[in-house]
Design a protein around this ligand. Structure first.
Ligand SMILES: Cc1ncc(COP(=O)(O)O)c(C=O)c1O
Length: 385
């Protein structure tokens, strides 16, 4: 009864584990969830107020698909000032982040086109490519390169059928951050082989140890071949608002706009006013959240280093550690063992791609006290094996 393409799409591994954690909590079990990539902070009040004001002002009607002009303007300003992307409001398209990524893939990938995807990667890239009848080509990220996506690894996977390179730095699930040299090398490959880059920069602000985020679209000759995706969920703790954007050259926007006109029309009007408040309002709440994530990163990394039978590169960005385990178990068996023994729910590493095997992802976007307790539990459980 269902279309053949549905058979090619896996259920989201992160959602499965999140559902399991919720179920256990409902049963009264005191599990600590290290599963979902959702900041535990409240959305800053000035952002909430801007949305309420917009509702009271009657901003409840249709607008044009690309978004509220005021928000597009604010995003273009941010992209120019912070990311050095030479764009204007007409290059900005507002959509929930996940949908912006889907639309970007759908608008650029023909059946059979190869799309290079980091492995491990966030769970939705491969399904996007499958839905567009493209071929996802994993680019294994190496532990010895701290899971960065290096030009050498990308170059190995380029063929005459390659069309798109997908990038994600800081990375979910690895917490890695590409260096300037990595990004420049990938840009050169994209230019040499006439490839499009779709770069998912949702964690750009959550970055540690003085590392700097570099947008590939800011490099010479890259704007015209790059779709830059970003959003409000992670930076402003706005996951439930479903608001994000993309910045791209106008021919891409034409295609993407057609998809949006025939799918979601536009992101909710009053929510877009909250987006303006987020970008133009005080940034202290963001800085506070980042400081807190850094503290938690330090706790998680300290425990991993102290645990025999476990290892991980130090996370440099986002709020994830990708922890390797030595025990003779599958990733799912390990996740189940940690749930039973340590009452901690993690995500099996192979949910993020074959190169994720023998790992679990630990999301530290949860209360600092739980991070400490959960990591102590994981250490004790692993050392029993
Ligand atoms: C790498 C990455 N990209 C995109 C998204 C989707 O963001 P949103 O929930 O705002 O659509 C996520 C969410 O977890 C993510 O981790």
């Amino acid at each position: 009864m269902l279309a053949e393409r549905i058979g090619r799409i896996q259920e989201s591994g992160t959602m499965k584990m999140k559902a399991l954690a919720s179920q256990l909590k409902k049963e009264g079990k005191k599990v600590i969830s290290f599963t979902v990539g959702e900041p535990d902070f409240q959305t800053p009040k000035h952002i909430v107020d801007a949305c309420i004001d917009a509702l009271n002002a009657g901003m409840t009607k249709y607008i044009d698909a690309p978004g509220l002009p005021e928000l597009r303007e604010a995003i273009a300003e941010k992209s120019k000032n912070e990311n050095n992307i030479q764009c204007e409001a007409a290059n900005v398209f507002v959509a929930p982040t996940k949908h912006a990524l889907f639309e970007s893939v759908f608008a650029t990938v023909n059946p059979g086109d190869e799309v290079l995807i980091p492995d491990p990667a966030w769970v939705s890239y491969v399904p996007f490519v499958s839905m567009a009848d493209g071929k996802a080509v994993p680019v294994p990220l190496l532990e010895e390169a701290s899971f960065r996506m290096t030009p050498e690894q990308v170059a190995e996977k380029i063929t005459p059928k390659s069309k798109v390179i997908m990038m994600n730095s800081p990375s979910n699930p690895c917490g890695s951050v590409n260096t300037e040299a990595d990004i420049k090398g990938i840009a050169d490959l994209a230019k040499d082989h006439d490839l499009i880059v779709i770069t998912d920069e949702v964690y750009e602000k959550i970055i540690f140890d003085g590392m700097k985020h570099l947008s590939i679209a800011s490099l010479p000759g890259m704007f015209e071949r790059t779709i830059t995706i970003n959003g409000f969920s992670k930076t402003y703790s706005m996951t439930g608002w479903r608001l994000g954007w993309l910045v791209a050259d106008k021919p891409y926007l034409k295609g993407i706009s057609k998809i949006q006109q025939h799918t979601i029309t536009h992101a909710p009007t009053f929510i877009q006013k909250a987006g303006v408040a987020a970008l133009k309002g005080p940034q202290e709440p963001v800085n506070k959240m980042i400081d807190e994530f850094k503290k938690r990163r330090d706790i998680v990394y300290k425990y991993i280093q102290e645990t025999s039978g476990a290892s991980a590169p130090q996370p440099k960005g986002a709020f994830y550690a990708f922890m390797k385990f030595d025990a003779d178990m599958t990733d799912e068996e390990m996740a189940m063992y940690l749930m039973k023994d340590a009452e901690v729910v993690v995500t099996p590493g192979d949910s993020f791609g074959a190169a994720g095997k023998k790992h679990v992802r630990i999301s530290f976007a949860t209360a600092t006290s739980d991070v400490e307790k959960g990591m102590a539990g994981i250490k004790a459980a692993l050392e029993k094996l």
